[in-house]
Design a protein around this ligand. Structure first.
Ligand code: UFG
Length: 329
């Protein structure tokens, strides 16, 4: 039976596919290529150019293939954009999830692994953030992910579709052979933006505020390598195959790094001085966001391989320096 990867042309989806294919899984991709890249899709897999809001197209995929489980990566992810265009997020993310679940229930597909986000917590009450902490998103993107989780929970109870919801903290890095990596348009994430400076594609990196209540005044985040996220998906699939119950898991390294620490590590990795400019705070940025991932370690048997931020950034650098224009599609 096959695994259907919705959003398999995107950053985390394409890395997860690499692990699944290497493990001998039969993989099928559905992606509308609105933010993903055709050339990021593993040539070993069957590809449907399909929007998950198109129920007829989904029904066709389920009819033509024996699907065991769905991995759902097909969501918009820009928190800032979601404030300006909330309906774009409610349509693709929330309506997309509704139609996907409908098609799954109709086809009798009973396992889903979902890309959730630390954004469901909003401004955390305490650090590290645990799965039972309050979920109070501060933007429509976070709302959409929380609503999608609620939908899975209710559908699970009513129709027996079991789910694993993986709440990623700051995904970063690239596969070690640097054949795929991060390529967003426009790019808004810290590490790829920093690396555009040594690539000569950007004059400087703007630090969004240095007056936060942190040791150096800049925001602290929990950076987790994309291949460690990919491995968590594989473990989650095996957990559901072994009869595991529906559940939510944080995925982070448990370590926090400030914006300034990330910049100085990038200087070390690239052996270049990176020009910085101090800017205003970005709306909605919590000062510190660090995950407790004890639950994933215990229940999913997940052990992140990348625990060194220099190594993590060097995998990102290997991708960007060998693909300065990303995927070219
Ligand atoms: N930052 C800068 N300058 C930049 C870009 C970012 O200083 O040019 C700072 C941000 O203010 C933040 C940190 O770098 O403090 C990380 O910013 P990112 O945009 O890379 O990541 P976020 O922490 O904002 O967002 C990540 C995911 C989102 C998810 C969120 C959950 O990318 O999808 O975590 O809180 F919603």
């Amino acid at each position: 039976m096959a695994i259907l990867i919705c959003g398999g042309a995107g950053y985390i989806g394409s890395h997860t596919i690499r692990l699944l294919v290497d493990a001998g899984e039969d993989v099928i991709v559905a992606d509308n290529l609105s933010t993903g890249h055709k050339t990021a899709i593993n040539p070993a897999v069957k590809f449907y150019n399909c929007d998950i809001r198109d129920k007829v197209a989904l029904q066709k995929i389920f009819a033509e293939n024996k699907i065991e489980a769905v991995f759902h990566f097909a969501a918009f992810i820009e928190a800032g954009e979601s404030v300006v265009l909330p309906l774009k997020y409610f349509s693709n993310n929330v309506v997309g999830m509704e139609i996907l679940l409908e098609a799954m229930v109709d086809a009798g597909v009973d396992k889903i692994i979902f890309s959730s986000s630390a954004a469901v917590y909003g401004e955390p009450e305490k650090i590290p953030v645990g799965e039972l902490d309050a979920t109070v998103p501060v933007n429509p993107y976070g709302d959409s992910k929380l609503i999608m989780e609620m939908m899975m929970r209710r559908v699970s109870a009513a129709h027996g579709v079991r789910f694993v919801s993986l709440r990623y903290f700051n995904a970063c890095g690239a596969i070690e052979d640097a054949t795929i990596g991060e390529d967003h348009h426009p790019e808004s994430h810290l590490i790829p933006l920093i690396l555009q400076v040594p690539l000569g594609k950007r004059e400087h990196i703007t630090i969004f505020g240095d007056d936060y209540p942190t040791p150096d005044g800049t925001c602290i985040r929990d950076y987790i390598h994309v291949m460690d996220l990919a491995a968590a998906h594989q473990n989650a699939l095996n957990y559901l195959r072994d009869g595991g119950e529906s559940d939510f898991f944080n995925l982070g390294s448990g370590q926090g790094f400030s914006v300034k620490e990330i910049i100085s590590t990038a200087e070390k990795v690239t052996a270049q001085k990176i020009k910085t400019v101090l800017g205003a705070r970005r709306a909605g940025d919590p000062a510190r966001l660090i995950a407790s991932s004890d639950k994933a370690r215990k229940i999913l048997n997940w052990q992140p391989r990348f625990d060194d931020i220099e190594k993590i950034i060097s995998t990102a650098w290997n991708w960007h320096r060998t693909h300065p224009n990303g995927f070219n599609d």
